[in-house]
Design a protein. Structure first.
Length: 467
């Protein structure tokens, strides 16, 4: 498996190439990204809860199908630098199926599940070959996330018209009080279900709302953006942040706000100080305005949840809540399971396929991503997954600071999302969800135009040598 690396010499020429019209056409990559965000629309059809497992599986199965399609014949083209580390990670998962405490069916399902999540790093580079297509993917993620955020706001104002007809049957089976426990009283005394957005889970709008806020600021400050588009992006970002606050998911709200700071720092690194300061100022104003809007609707219970976070301090709150899971993982689980606890002992794969008769290998509760990786593969999996993530961030950083024009703008946006999602690994198992799919899809999508540039350069050099 041959990996391509970008030149790090500052004097090296910037990335550039000429894309063919075919490279810019709409195709499977766009449909795939739409499916990742809009799959929940199907669950708004009455009676679809009976088919929920199939609807939920569709985004993951589509990733596997795309991998088979794009790898039906070899091309000899290099792959993303993260790919070899992800293959090593999958190999570790397969080896851990031999663990005496692995749940066979759940373990196999977990391996396939993880393959579907990281598969885009293998095939997305072949599906995205131009700056135009890459930029389009980002606009699709932003627009579809914004749609879910706006629906989330409407669900707060007009619950009878916009809430899904049925909430998750599986969620209610696991917790009969699922909806009531995620409902709070608003400023006007009305009951507010944490907005699900285009999903069937209370609070489900949070992820899309976070993406809307993070990408809204980034897309607003792209070069050569018109005033109308910039205003639209910032308006949707405000709506996304408000919807996110109304879900009361504090970790994602903090991540969305922090993403603005990451973007500002990247602009400073690119030598665009004015844009960096402006984006930071607008982002701070959006967060403040969204908070005022959300409190006006959500009332004291919402205000208390976020003011309590500020009063106690973000670091102290993390140590008292999610930090306890990290401490437990490092101080106890790491020594108990240095090479993994067996596959299939946590997460939805255990819920669906776990063997209840295996009393010697009971399920283990997982709240943060490092715990999940430790249970599945121990220290070796920590090393390989850490290397894969580091390689992905490094590649995106090089594009963000080395490329020009639209490619640099897309690289900056993707790098912001990468850093944001990596931070969320300490608040939940990000890479056991569709956020993981989107992470690897955009990471690899950014590399597709780079591979196209290398292929075009090699062809040109070959023709020159022949002539």
């Amino acid at each position: 498996m041959r990996a391509l690396s970008l030149p790090t010499d500052a004097a090296a020429p910037a990335l550039e190439w000429s894309a063919s019209p075919e490279d810019d056409q709409w195709g499977w990559a766009e449909a795939f990204m739409l499916l990742q965000v809009l799959w929940g629309v199907a669950l708004f059809v009455p009676g679809m809860q009976a088919y929920r497992p199939y609807v939920r599986a569709l985004p993951y199965l589509s990733s596997l199908a795309a991998m088979v399609y794009y790898y039906r014949r070899p091309t000899g083209e290099a792959v993303h630098a993260s790919a070899k580390w992800l293959v090593a990670s999958l190999a570790i998962l397969v080896l851990n199926l031999l663990h005496s405490t692995s749940h066979s069916a759940a373990g196999i399902a977990q391996v396939v599940f993880q393959l579907s999540i990281c598969a885009p790093v293998l095939w997305m580079t072949r599906a995205v070959r131009s700056e135009v297509k890459l930029s389009r993917l980002l606009w699709i993620v932003f627009a579809s996330s914004a749609l879910s955020s706006v629906v989330g706001l409407l669900q707060v104002y007009y619950p009878d018209q916009f809430l899904p007809p049925e909430f998750s049957a599986l969620g209610r089976q696991m917790n009969p009080d699922l909806v009531s426990s995620l409902t709070y009283r608003g400023a006007g005394g009305q009951e507010i279900v944490r907005p699900p957005g285009l999903s069937d889970l209370p609070g489900g709008a949070a992820v899309a709302a976070m993406l809307t806020m993070a990408l809204g600021v980034v897309m607003a400050f792209r070069q050569q953006t018109t005033v109308v588009v910039r205003a639209g992006c910032l308006t949707l970002a405000a709506a996304g942040m408000t919807a996110l606050l109304l879900t009361q998911v504090r970790s994602l709200a903090l991540a969305a706000a922090a993403s603005v700071g990451v973007f500002a720092l990247l602009r400073l690194r690119q030598g665009r100080a004015v844009a960096g300061v402006a984006s930071l100022a607008f982002g701070a104003a959006l967060v403040a305005g969204a908070y005022v809007w959300a409190v006006a609707v959500g009332g004291d219970s919402l205000a208390a949840r976020f003011t309590g976070l500020l009063d106690a301090g973000v670091v102290s709150t993390f140590k008292e809540e999610r930090g306890t899971f990290l401490t437990y993982t490092l101080s106890e689980l790491l020594f108990e399971y240095p090479f993994g606890a067996g596959i299939g002992r946590w997460g939805m794969m255990h819920v669906y396929f776990g063997d209840s008769a295996m009393w010697e290998a009971p399920p283990i509760h997982v709240e943060i991503q490092p715990t999940g990786w430790l249970l599945d593969g121990g220290l070796p999996l920590w090393i390989t997954m850490g290397a894969a993530l580091a390689a992905g961030v490094r590649a995106s950083y090089l594009v963000a600071v080395r490329a020009d024009g639209s490619l640099q703008e897309s690289g900056t946006a993707i790098l912001c999302l990468q850093i944001t999602l990596l931070a969320l690994c300490l608040s939940g198992p990000v890479f056991n969800t569709q956020m993981g799919i989107q992470y690897w899809a955009l990471t690899a999508g950014l590399w597709g135009p780079v591979l196209a540039a290398e292929a075009q350069r090699a062809t040109t050099e070959g023709r020159t040598a022949y002539a």
